[in-house]
Design a protein around this ligand. Structure first.
Ligand code: SF4
Ligand code: SF4
Length: 239
């Protein structure tokens, strides 16, 4: 089938490669519950916050996938999937389609195949991924620096300069640190790491940022070893 967009980009990419990635999305075990036919009512677009701010439409994802338009699929895979905020407001579709779910699968395919567009889109998150996976907490107070949050205006400078004072004002003992938002036990951190490892999430991170993957693996596997776990003996770790 011809591309929905006559001017679809990436004409230089071989058709076989686009088809391979398209088939990978459709082979996902969640695929059969994401699309039941789209009659272009536009309800998903009206509900979608990203459609308000970007050149982006969940309806287009449903249409492109239903029409098996691999050229437009490849363009969406590279240029649009990262504009979705994964809120799933689009699931109010009267046909029970789930454009956000289609996009979730497409994102995973983009990452698993190491697409440059996925690396570029996720580059800025490497530091956050490392923080979450090594400490169990998300944005730490010491990340509140003017360079990272210019949209916070001049207040962020005052906060960053006096972070230890601000943190001592927080009552619970575990929140006095500036490196952590809250304290996650070592046991929980190790369990989370094992889940990420066993479910293939670490391999996805390796595709996106090999440097962060290597540091994370070294730090966490040393911790596992210190706690007497054999990383390659999954069954005993799970027990
Ligand atoms: S709400 Fe459902 S049927 Fe309507 S355009 Fe969106 S995906 Fe298609
Ligand atoms: S999940 Fe994505 S496509 Fe669906 S409404 Fe939210 S931002 Fe839009």
């Amino acid at each position: 089938m011809d591309a929905i967009y006559a001017d679809a980009k990436y004409q230089e990419v071989p058709r076989e490669e686009k088809q391979r990635l398209f088939d990978e999305v459709k082979a996902d075990m969640r695929w059969n519950e994401t699309l039941y036919g789209c009659y272009e009512c536009g309800i998903c677009v009206a509900a979608c916050p990203s459609a308000r701010f970007y050149d982006f439409s969940p309806r287009v994802f449903a249409q492109v996938m239903a029409r098996e338009d691999v050229d437009s699929f490849y363009e969406l895979l590279n240029d649009s999937v990262w504009d979705c905020s994964q809120c799933f407001s689009c699931t109010r579709c009267p046909r029970q389609n789930n454009p956000g779910g289609i996009i979730t699968i497409m994102r995973e395919v983009a990452v698993n195949n190491g697409l440059t567009s996925a690396k570029d889109a996720l580059q800025a998150y490497s530091r956050i991924i490392y923080k979450v996976m090594s400490t169990g907490t998300q944005v730490a107070p010491d990340m509140l620096q003017p360079d990272f949050f210019p949209d916070w205006g001049p207040d962020v400078v005052a906060v960053a300069d006096n972070l230890d004072v601000w943190r001592r004002m927080v009552p619970p003992e575990t929140l006095h640190t500036t490196e952590l938002a809250w304290d996650v036990s070592e046991k929980t951190r190790l369990e989370l790491y094992m889940i990420w490892k066993l479910t293939g999430n670490l391999e996805m991170i390796e595709q996106i940022d090999e440097g962060i993957f290597m540091i994370l693996e070294e730090v966490m596997e040393e911790l596992l070893e210190e706690n007497g776990y054999d990383i390659d003996d999954f069954e005993s770790v799970i027990d």
